[in-house]
Design a protein around this ligand. Structure first.
Ligand code: ATP
Length: 476
């Protein structure tokens, strides 16, 4: 629900996960900065994806291509001509909307009023019109359903038009002959143009994959819903190059493989579903989304696309460079087909937080109490271990420092000696630290420390010398 969503957003800001970009200037719409703990969590998610894609698949290698690319790339990929969304403007408020968002908002409204069947019918009608590029039909649907502008409340609409989502800028100084280039709207093209470089230098044999993570930019019109829809975001993509004709099989393989990855984060199965695309993108012969049930409803998290040889064939045509592969097993030359997996890092971050964010009532008969705890999987948690001397004297900080020194080169640790131990535990709960250890008087006597588990709040005594191993076992 929306309250939960808002609570997570506030929590992100209060605890250093996400700030609005250039906040002191009132922010920049749909652009966000990751703070001290957010950047750690984001990095851990990226590393976990990278490891499972490259290290765990012997036939996948990674690259890191530039954001800027030769402008012809985007002609060949179809983005100059096709990467646009149908938009409609409200004549009174001058507000512009993506047609699908406007209609989806109406469907949500209907569903809230208990008219689920009607909402579904509306969405089905919209899908049909979008698939047919029937802009007049879409406009008529908006008018017939009396869909109003969210700002002026009027239903006075313009025609439906296409609006390109790519950002452009100039390469070279303006006075010289500057050429217009784009900020990449997806990372995939950096992989396609390097296909032969990697295949040849890496002696890769089909089937093989190339993985990449990095920033992508889209001038989204309806840019709201926090980090869910941003103008600058990060993708984790993998293009899998295969023999033509084997795409159905690999498409199914990657659907299943990617779903397994999401489930490996400990998220229940019911929170995911596949959504097959009715309207296929200009490059695809089959496509689906993995949707996750965010607090704001089921939304796209990842796309799995069977892209055929669309991209490589077009790059061959525009660059006049052969994009072919010689398959020695069948003695044939061909342009490989591609199955792509493309997941948003920021949306994965949002998913992890949505699952992790927990408000717990800890009241007892004589005391009201509660806590907010982020139950982040330990392997992704920003900080793995907090080392806390019970008091700031009697040699306890020195012992705590020794434990820090033993652990901090192995995983992220946090040292704190201010405030009561209860307050320090709660602060660690709020950023999802799975383990806290407390050094007290007894440590000096028998070398044991108290280890507190985040989720159960259970406390055990263990020898200080075992702390590192125990934490490593849980985050491995
Ligand atoms: P949507 O329909 O939500 O606009 P899309 O179908 O255009 O997304 P793709 O082009 O398939 O998205 O991109 C792959 C992934 O990149 C998406 O599944 C999503 O996780 C992420 N993504 C796309 N656009 C954004 C954005 N504006 N902000 C954050 N993540 C995004």
């Amino acid at each position: 629900d929306n309250n939960r969503f808002q609570a997570i957003i506030s929590h992100c800001k209060e605890y250093g996960f996400i700030f609005q970009s250039s906040e002191i200037y009132d922010g920049l719409s749909a652009v966000y900065d990751y703070g001290q703990w957010g950047s750690e969590l984001k990095k851990n998610i990226r590393d976990y994806w990278w490891k499972s894609m490259t290290q765990m698949h012997e036939n996948i290698v990674g690259i890191d291509a530039a954001i800027f690319m030769h402008p012809t790339t985007w002609k060949a990929s179809g983005h100059v001509d096709n990467f646009s969304d149908p938009m409609i403007d409200n004549k009174d408020s001058k507000k512009r909307y993506r047609v699908d968002h406007l209609i989806e908002a109406k469907a949500d409204e209907l569903e809230k009023e208990g008219k689920k069947a009607d909402a579904d019918a509306l969405l089905a009608e919209m899908d049909k019109l979008l698939a047919a590029n029937d802009y007049e039909g879409l406009k008529k649907l908006i008018e017939d359903r009396k869909i109003k502008c969210t700002v002026s409340g009027t239903g006075n609409w313009t025609e439906v038009r296409q609006f390109n989502l790519m950002f452009s800028t100039q390469l070279g100084s303006v006075s010289e002959e500057a050429s217009e280039i784009y900020l990449r709207p997806e990372t995939a093209q950096g992989i396609f143009v390097n296909f032969l470089n990697v295949q040849k230098t890496g002696r890769m044999k089909i089937p093989f994959g190339i993985a990449q993570t990095g920033k992508a930019f889209r001038n989204e019109i309806v840019a709201r819903q926090f980090i869910f829809r941003m103008r600058e975001f990060e993708q984790m993509e993998m293009q899998f190059f295969i023999r033509p004709g084997s795409q159905k099989e690999w498409y199914e393989y990657w659907k299943e493989e990617r779903m397994k990855w999401h489930l490996s984060l400990g998220i229940p199965k019911e929170k995911f579903r596949f959504h097959d695309h009715v309207k296929l993108a200009h490059y695809a012969d089959a496509a689906c989304d993995i949707e996750y049930e965010f607090p704001i409803g089921f939304k796209e998290l990842e796309g799995i696309h069977s892209r055929t040889d669309f991209d490589l064939r077009n790059h061959q045509e525009y660059s006049k460079k052969k994009m072919q592969y010689f398959d020695s097993e069948i003695n044939q030359n061909y342009i490989p087909y591609v199955v792509e997996t493309s997941v948003g890092l920021d949306r994965t971050f949002m998913m992890i937080l949505s699952e992790a964010y927990t408000e717990e009532d800890l009241s007892t008969a004589d005391k009201q109490d509660s806590r907010v705890v982020l139950k982040i999987p330990p392997k992704l948690a920003p900080i793995k271990l907090a080392v806390l001397p019970l008091v700031k004297k009697d040699g306890l900080p020195e012992i705590a420092r020794e434990i820090m020194d033993d652990c901090k080169s192995h995983f992220r640790c946090f040292y704190e000696e201010k405030d009561t131990i209860g307050k320090r535990y709660r602060r660690m709960d709020a950023i999802g630290t799975p383990f806290c250890i407390t050094v007290d008087k007894q440590t000096k006597e028998d070398g044991t420390v108290t280890i507190r588990h985040r989720d159960s709040m259970q406390q055990d005594r263990i020898p200080a010398t075992q702390v590192r191993e125990l934490v490593q076992k849980h985050i491995g």
